[in-house]
Ligand binder design. Structure first.
Ligand SMILES: [Zn+2]
Length: 236
């Protein structure tokens, strides 16, 4: 396939993923963005900034190089592009990134708390608590806010020695969730699951304020039957 055809396919997938987010109830107005990277080709395709979903077309998707520089005349990229770029630079197996302000994940971000792994719904997708970053500093926000948002996510995963593919989501303190995956379809699913488990965890703590997290052996069972070399869930 030639370069143009590959980029066209990326634009169609990124467009469809961006539409899937409001459809799943994760995005209101234009509060979200999805992107995909092709490292061999050296391109990132991302949603344009502030274009209403009703009038958005696949052709409006913005194409940049791996540093986030525009490669063609067109619309401005999502203002969160620098966050996506930093995540692609540091999470080498990640090929798609999504940001939303989905309500329940944002609630945990605003509370400044990790989302605990309370059950197997969580464990099927996230191998442990979904981390909440530290607050950005004044200097970071004033210097290069979107890039620093990416850096604080990477810092959180490095400091806690987390594998971004085993926990394909984060919540940025006071802001909201970023999710990712090896494919855009997986990243969309991860965004949906994240908001579901965020809501369940919130309700759990109302029902049982001292709710225990899922035991390690059950977390292992559910995560590893779906992921990794020993996975057996689903169809071959
Ligand atoms: Zn945001």
């Amino acid at each position: 396939m030639n370069r143009e055809a590959i980029i066209q396919g990326m634009k169609e997938r990124v467009f469809a993923a961006n539409l899937a987010l409001p459809e799943a109830g994760l995005v209101k107005l234009t509060w979200g963005n999805a992107s995909e990277i092709n490292r061999e080709l050296g391109v990132i395709v991302i949603k344009p900034s502030g274009v209403p979903y009703k009038t958005m077309k696949a052709a409006d998707m913005v194409v940049t190089d791996l540093a986030g520089n525009l490669l063609a005349e067109g619309l401005n990229s999502s203002s969160d592009l620098p966050t996506h770029v930093v995540l692609y630079q540091h999470f080498e197996k990640v090929n798609a990134v999504i940001h939303t302000h989905s309500k329940h994940a944002v609630m945990w971000a605003q509370a400044g708390r990790d989302i605990p792994a309370y059950g197997t719904t969580h464990a099927d997708t996230f191998y442990g608590a979904v981390p909440c970053t530290r607050q950005l500093t004044v200097a970071e926000v004033e210097r290069a806010y979107e890039m620093e948002t990416g850096k604080v996510i990477v810092e959180t995963f490095n400091d806690r020695q987390l594998d971004p593919l085993a926990i394909p989501a984060v919540i940025v303190r006071g802001h909201g969730p970023f999710t990712w995956g090896e494919t855009l379809a997986k990243a969309v699913d991860n965004s949906i699951v994240l908001d579901e488990v965020a809501e369940m965890a919130y309700m759990n703590e109302i029902i049982q304020p001292h709710c225990e997290t899922i035991p390690q052996y059950l977390l292992d069972k559910h995560y590893f039957r779906k992921h990794g070399p020993g996975a057996y869930y689903g169809q071959k």
